[in-house]
Design a protein around this ligand. Structure first.
Ligand code: DGL
Length: 268
């Protein structure tokens, strides 16, 4: 099975793309809604929460886990891959979203000027800068933390004048740097993509994060038959939350754009 982890509901934007592009596989989704948001938590806490989530998904039968959460990808992925996985689950894999998005940004960028927006934790980790510079050291990279955007999306304030005003405030400094490509480095931002693209203007390419992560997953599965052949392909989906399952279902259906059922409450 493919496990998808997020700090809450946001990762369902990534799962949605997986279900559209790779519908046959079995998926387990875990949202740590009881402890969300991760975006303003410390390295130590995000690592520990993410490690617990990964352990849970492996225990439930995942062979491969995607950390859909940018904050978890930024703050916990490398340590999990390098220190924890080899000791506990050497034959299983955990992947994140930063490398796929960095690769797509380098491919899309015309003038090597790339912007990244995300939670405070993601931007402060400088993970995108590191991954982008590994691919192309001459890039100019501009990061902007946008901590108010996650609650605005969760409150369903997309398209309201207040949200547009806040978006403009965050994006204006980036726009003035003349970036040609923008990475939406947070699970929730696809909901704001149209507004972001309008504010950034036609000279800035705003990347479609879920589509990119999904295409990279398809490519990974082609290149790694030792993992792919272990995945079940019965089209089953299971949803777990650390908070109220009814609330998860209501929010989840909005994020996923389809009905979900049988959400189970778990503690990590
Ligand atoms: N899922 C988080 C991310 O992509 C956003 C929500 C949070 O702060 O936990 O960074």
């Amino acid at each position: 099975m493919i496990g998808v982890f997020d700090s809450g509901f946001g990762g369902l934007t990534i799962l949605k793309a997986f279900l559209e592009d790779l519908p046959d596989y079995d998926y387990l989704y875990l949202g740590d809604s009881a402890r969300t948001p991760y975006g303003n938590k410390s390295l130590k806490v995000v690592y520990e929460y993410t490690r617990q989530a990964v352990e849970f998904l492996f225990h439930e039968g995942a062979t491969l886990i995607i950390l859909a959460c940018n904050t978890a990808s930024a703050k916990a992925l490398r340590r999990i891959q390098q220190e924890w996985l080899p000791l506990h689950y050497p034959l299983r894999r955990v992947l994140g979203v930063a490398i796929p998005l960095a690769e797509a940004a380098v491919a899309a960028s015309r003038y090597g000027r790339i912007g990244v927006i995300g939670t405070r934790a993601t931007i402060e980790s400088r993970v995108y800068e590191q991954e982008l510079h590994k691919l192309e050291p001459r890039l100019r990279i501009y990061g902007q933390a946008c901590p108010l955007l996650v609650p605005l999306v969760e409150e369903d304030w997309v398209g309201r004048p207040e949200t547009t005003m806040i978006l403009k405030k965050y994006l204006r400094p980036l726009k003035s740097t003349k970036i040609d490509t923008l990475i939406l480095g947070c699970t929730h931002y696809p909901f704001l993509k149209k507004d972001i693209a309008r504010i950034m203007g036609k000279n800035c390419h705003v990347l479609d994060a879920p589509g990119i992560v999904s295409a990279k997953l398809a490519d990974y599965l082609k290149r790694h038959p030792e993992i792919e052949t272990k995945l079940l392909r019965k089209g089953r989906r299971a949803f777990y939350t650390t908070d109220d399952p009814d609330r998860f279902q209501a929010f989840g259906e909005k994020f996923l754009g389809e009905k979900i059922s049988g959400v189970q409450a778990v503690s990590l």
